[in-house]
Design a protein around this ligand. Structure first.
Ligand code: NAD
Length: 275
């Protein structure tokens, strides 16, 4: 038995060492994270999850009041957290976010680029303004945030970037009218794939999460309300996702447990993209 045990514990056993303490490998102790759009909805849930797994978390949001409220929720749980008011569509704000975090905590290891917007109008009525605003927040921002955070991560040879895409990057959810949204989220996936493959050999992994329809303020806007009932019949799971259904994915992608994963689009949609 002792010979067998020694053989099993050796790292070079065929297939690798499997006494892997998997829950430890999901821990984020000592890591520094930020979450954009962290003031509510999916971003708030990601911030709680990353913090509970051990990370310090900067909550970034357009609305200071919301960011502060979430930072306070985390502090009450004993998680180190700060609130940063910023419009991530502005390059100077993105720079300020990273400077603030580096000043406070020395670096950044986990970038959760989650803020996004959704506007709905028939394709023939989509204005250039709506198109530009959607692409600015959903896609241009990711270029700015990934590049700024990525430079710090490449310098230190380690980083995890998690972008929020959408199931709409894969399918055209019926009967939504979201030309700009769908196209921008497809762009998020391609940006993620490109950076993910370009940077992995320098220690930076870039992945995205594509939620289905999640029960947040975003889908309770006046123009989307009439579609809610229809959506429910389109989801094999028979219900909307809750933000809690997405939290473990963020922790996994932020942790060393997912080190061999990059450029991936992790789809969590109750089976909707398969129908
Ligand atoms: P939400 O509207 O509930 O929250 C978005 C947060 O982002 C808000 O707190 C808002 O203040 C902040 N924000 C918006 N623009 C910003 C900016 N320029 N700078 C800084 N903060 C900004 O949205 P949500 O449902 O939590 O969605 C979060 C992400 O998930 C978005 O990228 C969205 O496209 C994506 N998503 C949502 C769903 C869904 O069904 N809710 C589905 C798929 C993907």
């Amino acid at each position: 038995i002792s010979i067998l045990r020694r053989r099993v514990m050796k790292d070079d056993v065929f297939g690798g060492y499997c006494g892997c303490r998997i829950l430890d490998r999901l821990r984020l102790d000592g890591k520094v994270a930020y979450v954009t759009g962290g003031g509510q909805g999916i971003g708030r849930a990601f911030a709680h999850a990353l913090g509970e797994a051990g990370a310090k978390v900067a909550i970034v949001d357009l609305m200071l009041r919301k960011a502060e409220a979430v930072a306070y929720e985390l502090l009450l749980k004993g998680i180190k957290s700060i609130a940063i008011a910023a419009d991530v569509s502005k390059p100077e704000d993105v720079q300020r976010i990273l400077e603030t975090i580096v000043d406070r905590w020395g670096t950044v290891h986990i970038a959760c680029n989650n803020a996004g917007v959704n506007m709905n109008s028939a394709s023939e009525d989509t204005s250039l303004e709506e198109w530009d605003k959607t692409f600015s927040i959903n896609l241009r921002v990711l270029f700015l945030c990934c590049q700024a955070a990525g430079r710090i991560m490449l310098n230190q040879g380690y980083g995890k970037i998690i972008n929020t895409a959408s199931m709409a990057s894969l399918i055209v959810p019926h009967p939504q009218k979201q030309l700009a949204y769908n196209a921008s989220k497809a762009g998020v996936v391609k940006l993620t794939q490109t950076l993910g493959t370009e940077w992995i050999d320098r220690g930076v992994r870039v992945n995205c999460i594509s939620p289905g329809i999640v029960d947040t303020a975003l889908i309770h806007s006046e123009d989307l309300k009439p579609l809610l009932q229809r959506w429910l019949t389109d989801i094999p799971a028979g219900k909307l996702a809750q933000v809690t259904d997405l939290q473990a994915a963020a922790v996994y992608l932020a942790s060393e447990a997912s080190d061999y994963m990059t450029g991936h689009n992790l789809v969590i949609e109750g089976g909707q993209s398969l129908w």
